[in-house]
Design a protein around this ligand. Structure first.
Ligand code: NHR
Ligand code: GAR
Length: 213
């Protein structure tokens, strides 16, 4: 079985979307564990409800980022996962951690990368007067939000949009593209070689794209 560990810091609605697709038989994989750096978040309850092992690893008790990452890596490795999914995980991971899991570590970022790396993406998209915004699932490399993009979900920006309204629209498409990306990796032989995507033996020159309808 293709085994997944999911890292969260909060609500875990993307975690829930992946759980739902697995339970519905759309993705042939299992989530072995969910790990949160924050206690008492809804995402941990979602894991408990689905009968998934879950852990809290509070980053504030560690002396350094590296010490936290070391401990995080130990928990992850105990599950021997094929894939590690960052789903609203809000801690930047050190180079050592990222290199250890390279090619197996993915993130969803709420912007159409390479635009709007970092935080506060929805307000920044509005301020830049973008006509389209969205989310990108990408492989994680040490450089923040800079790894190869697998799939993008694209939503319109409306003339009277607020950051909140836009965020909600982006969230909807995240729940479509993240399970889809996991399926490509778990079942369809999507891999990363030398920074390029291969899908069923062919090089992909562009990420997959989905539009909100
Ligand atoms: N780590 C690496 N090495 N590379 C990436 O591309 C990563 C990563 C860790 C997380 C998610 C990312 C996003 O999608 C992600 C990508 C947190 C921050 C951040 O500044 C930035 C980007 C992302 C996640 N975090 C602060 C920190 O000091 C804490 C902010 C908070 O706690 O609210 O780590 O946007
Ligand atoms: C998602 O919108 C995700 O793109 C974003 O946090 C949200 C998590 O939602 N990620 C980041 O901003 C990472 N820096 P969820 O917890 O409900 O899945």
């Amino acid at each position: 079985m293709f085994k997944i560990v999911v890292l969260i810091s909060g609500g875990g609605s993307n975690l829930q979307a992946i759980i739902d697709h697995i339970q519905a038989g759309n993705i042939n994989a299992e989530i072995s564990a969910v790990i949160s750096n924050k206690a008492d978040v809804l995402g941990l309850e979602r894991a408990a409800t689905a009968g998934i092992d879950h852990h809290v690893l509070d980053h504030t008790i560690f002396a350094s980022r590296e010490a936290f990452d070391e401990s995080l890596a130990q928990i992850i490795e105990s599950y021997e996962p094929d894939l590690i999914v960052l789903a609203g995980f809000m801690r930047i991971l050190s180079d050592g951690f990222v290199n250890k899991f390279q090619g197996k570590l993915i993130n969803i970022h709420p912007a159409l990368l390479p635009k709007f790396k970092g935080l506060d993406t929805h307000q920044r998209a509005l301020d830049a007067d973008e006509k389209e915004h969205g989310a990108s699932v990408h492989f994680v490399i040490p450089e923040l939000d800079a790894g190869t993009v697998i799939i993008q979900g694209i939503v319109p920006v409306k003339s009277d949009d607020t950051a909140d309204a836009l965020q909600q629209r982006v969230h909807k498409i995240e729940h479509v593209i993240y399970p889809q990306a996991v399926k490509y990796l778990a079942e369809e032989g999507l891999t990363l070689k030398n920074g390029h995507l291969y899908h069923q033996g062919k090089t992909l020159l562009e990420p997959f794209k989905e539009y909100l309808d």
